[in-house]
Design a protein. Structure first.
Length: 97
């Protein structure tokens, strides 16, 4: 188990248009919207992990759609312009404060 706040491996997978199967720990549930861009399983539950894998294998059309939605989410949240604006906003707040 690894509790990351904002997992780069999740971002990278979503950016590639891959549906993500992630545990319900750390920041993963905030990145992976269950049924939208991937599936969430209970951490430590091998049965739920296997079920999620089998679900995507059984329905490749749904897996592809989840991957596309994941890519769209990454493009919206992690784009360079948004990062720049957030950084500049932070700096401006620090200079004023």
């Amino acid at each position: 188990e690894w509790y990351e706040n904002y997992s780069m491996s999740v971002i990278e997978a979503l950016a590639l248009g891959t549906a993500v199967i992630g545990a319900d720990i750390g920041g993963i549930p905030e990145q992976v919207i269950d049924g939208q861009n991937g599936l969430i399983f209970e951490s430590g539950s091998h049965a739920q992990l296997a079920e999620a894998i089998n679900q995507l294998l059984a329905d490749p059309t749904a897996a592809i759609a989840m991957g596309r939605r994941g890519r769209q989410r990454v493009e919206k949240i992690n784009n360079p312009e948004r990062h720049y604006e957030a950084t500049i906003s932070l700096y401006r707040g620090l200079v004023r404060g």
